[in-house]
Design a binder for this molecule. Structure first.
Ligand SMILES: [Zn+2]
Ligand SMILES: [Zn+2]
Length: 198
């Protein structure tokens, strides 16, 4: 179990992801068009690999805390169900969450996790990606060492984890939603397909 510093590119937004380990979360890579559109909106092409995938670590929101730069926290959405969070100071992507704060998952994007600080690799801290999803939306050929397609076993593993986080009440405190009003801490801006998604 490790505490991984969270840090936007410019260092204004900072925080920590606690109790991180390969078994304490669920790492995967996503090739979907919405993740790609989010990276393009942020003008951060290096968030994606050459084939257009985003490296994501799902973990309980209750283990994520921001300690500085909260005023820079912003949110967009491309669909009804998913909120996409970023640091407005330097446009670093932070995480995807459900639009409902009761859903016990925060999907941290690799850019915000400062894995290198304690000298361990991302693979050592989080484990390798367990699967890839939406590969039909890839924009290039997948590397030979790409994560495997999802199997029933991997789906079941994720479902068990999410259920466990829910049972343990780890949806809270949720750093992306106001505790009292349950509203997103930043009003989601809707990205329209025509203007923002190209
Ligand atoms: Zn920043
Ligand atoms: Zn995606």
């Amino acid at each position: 179990m490790a505490g991984i510093p969270l840090r936007c590119r410019c260092g204004r937004m900072r925080g920590v992801a606690r109790a991180v380990s390969p078994s304490g979360g669920f790492r995967f890579v996503c090739y979907c068009k919405d993740c790609q559109a989010f990276a393009r909106f942020l003008e951060q092409p290096d968030v994606l690999d050459a084939a257009g995938c985003t490296d994501i670590f799902q973990m309980p929101p209750g283990h994520v805390t921001f300690t500085a730069g909260l005023d820079a926290q912003r949110c967009v959405r491309l669909s009804r169900k998913v909120l996409r969070w970023y640091a407005n100071c330097c446009r670093t992507p932070i995480a995807n969450t459900a639009a409902d704060p009761r859903f016990p998952v925060a999907a941290l994007i690799h850019s915000i996790m400062d894995c290198a600080t304690d000298g361990r690799s991302r693979d050592a801290l989080l484990g390798p990606p367990l699967c890839r999803i939406y590969e039909h939306s890839a924009i290039g050929s997948l590397p030979s060492n790409a994560a495997p397609p999802p199997s029933l076993r991997v789906f079941a593993r994720r479902a068990t984890k999410v259920l466990g986080w829910w049972i343990r009440g780890l949806a809270r405190p949720n750093p992306f939603f106001d505790d009292r009003s349950k509203a997103p801490r930043s009003v989601p801006r809707v990205l329209t397909p025509r203007v923002d998604r190209r």
